[in-house]
Design a protein around this ligand. Structure first.
Ligand SMILES: C[S@@+](CC[C@H](N)C(=O)[O-])C[C@H]1O[C@@H](n2cnc3c(N)ncnc32)[C@H](O)[C@@H]1O
Length: 247
């Protein structure tokens, strides 16, 4: 059977796939429509490799603490992090995810003057997060913290963190969560930024994406101005991730 992979039907496989496939069958063709199992939200193969390797390292070296993701949206990177935990058998660790599940808050001040994002951008309802786990065939689930970060952070953060995925796009959100994450990171813990775009390190030539999230780098660089650690850029095409390891 030959499959036509449709890049973005915008919804999980369901009625639309079935109707299209019934039509294709009636036409006598052997081709069928399917969504790629690896792509219906955010991130790409390279950014998921970064998530996998960094989260795995902290588990392999036994860095104390739990794993957290701030801005989990449809759960694409959450599935990778949960898989690392489940495969590694780190039974003493939990994974916590945080999101409004209503998309971004109203951009104010620096975010408003960047003019890139709007309230509700990237809205991903909780059901879609669940569907991503079902599609991945994962039985384990993280602890889900629904709400705006200023309601859930720091009250609902674990006391100690070994790996953090910080992926919230706005200056205000990054500025809000970073000090609380940093304060809870064990020595050797790693935090990864979903978008940390530094054109001087990685020009991303030929990439037409406007997915730059300049507020993330601004908030992060301000925070690290008086810290011993430095953020490094990780190549991941349009996502241009960053990371640091806590001393
Ligand atoms: C790029 S998406 C996360 C993508 C996800 N990490 C992945 O790789 O699949 C950014 C998410 O951050 C969330 N977010 C940003 N600022 C927030 C805030 N202040 N409170 C709650 N959620 C926020 C948005 O709702 C959105 O789902």
């Amino acid at each position: 059977m030959d499959d036509i992979v449709v890049a973005r039907l915008g919804r999980p496989p369901g009625r639309r796939h079935r109707i299209a496939n019934e039509l294709l069958a009636r036409l006598g063709t052997r081709m069928r429509v399917s969504d790629p199992p690896y792509r219906w939200g955010y991130g790409n193969v390279e950014s998921h490799m970064n998530v996998f390797h960094l989260a795995s390292q902290t588990c392999a070296y036994g860095v104390p603490g739990d794993l957290v993701e701030l801005g989990c949206a449809t759960g694409e990177s959450s599935v990778v992090i949960q898989s690392v935990l489940s495969a590694g058998g780190a039974r003493d660790k939990r994974f916590h995810v945080y999101d409004s599940f209503s998309g971004l808050p109203e951009p104010a001040d620096a975010d408003a003057s960047d003019g890139i994002y709007h309230k509700g951008d990237m809205v991903a309802p909780l059901e879609r997060f669940e569907e991503t786990f079902v599609r991945a065939g994962l039985a384990a689930r993280p602890t889900i913290h629904v709400g705006w970060f200023d309601e859930t952070v720091p009250a609902q953060l674990p006391d100690r963190i070994s790996f953090a995925m910080i992926d919230c796009d706005l200056y205000s959100s990054t500025k809000l969560v970073l000090p609380h994450i940093y304060a809870r990171m064990s020595p050797g813990a790693i935090a990864m930024f979903g978008v940390y775009y530094d054109p001087e390190v990685y020009a991303r030539e030929g990439i037409r994406s406007t997915y730059a999230s300049p507020g993330v780098k601004r908030a992060t660089d301000e925070f690290f101005a008086d810290k011993p650690e430095q953020v490094s850029v990780l190549y991941a095409n349009e996502y241009s991730n960053g990371y640091f390891r806590k001393q």
